[in-house]
Design a protein. Structure first.
Length: 228
């Protein structure tokens, strides 16, 4: 195996993040170190308020203010600004949130097609990819339905398909089944893991659900701002 294949798709080195509240400094992340290999699915466990979402925001290049070093697919994201960070995020990272954040006026097919059009794909290519992903998630008969016409589990499946539409190197999921009942959550997570594996993407999945975490390749725990 070449060195290129051995390079982590995500490398966090001494990642820190602090906030000021009422004149008091609060250290949310206190030197996080983590490497995620290509194709690896990692569960990030921790109670509410432990900093899981803050850590995902760092990896997703969604905000600044972090100390340490963030590398995405060999790119030193810590040294990038503005359009460079946006481009890296667009080309390498997919997102699934607790709430689906689908565009309400667009149907399922359009919600998955749109990010591909933004990335420069032709409409025919984008729609073909969207149809393939949605069908693999059991939504082949729901392509023309808008979010309001879909169940919670179906909406989250569309969000998963959207996250994978541009073949990202890494998928970041923040409590992706947190709004679903246990049975639906199990099914959606199983489909998520299967699809991510099939696509060859890596994933970092933040959750407080120990049982769901066990379905993944590795579990890391965030406690007092550091990984255990």
């Amino acid at each position: 195996m070449s060195n290129a294949h051995m390079m982590p798709v995500v490398q966090l080195t001494n990642l820190t993040r602090s906030f000021e509240q009422g004149g008091v400094k609060i250290d949310v992340l206190r030197g996080v170190n983590l490497a995620i290999q290509p194709g690896e699915i990692v569960a990030l466990l921790g109670p509410s308020g432990s900093g899981k979402s803050t850590m995902l925001q760092a990896v997703g290049l969604l905000e600044g203010g972090f100390g340490g070093r963030i590398e995405i697919a060999g790119n030193n994201a810590s040294a990038l600004h503005g359009d460079q960070r946006t481009g890296l995020r667009r080309d390498y990272i997919g997102f699934v949130y607790q709430f689906h954040h689908l565009l309400p006026d667009f149907n399922a097919l359009e919600n998955v097609t749109l990010p591909q059009l933004v990335a420069g794909k032709s409409r025919a290519e984008a729609e073909g990819r969207a149809r393939e992903l949605l069908t693999s998630l059991g939504l082949g008969a729901r392509l023309e339905h808008r979010p309001s016409q879909l169940s919670g589990g179906e909406q989250q499946r569309v969000a998963v398909a959207r996250a994978l539409a541009n073949r990202p190197k890494v998928v970041l999921a923040d409590e992706p089944t947190g709004n679903l009942d246990e049975t639906t959550a199990d099914k959606v997570l199983t489909e998520f893991v299967k699809l991510v594996r099939g696509e060859g993407s890596a994933a970092l999945v933040a959750t407080h659900n120990e049982r769901l975490a066990m379905a993944m390749d590795r579990v890391v725990r965030l406690h007092d701002g550091v990984l255990e």
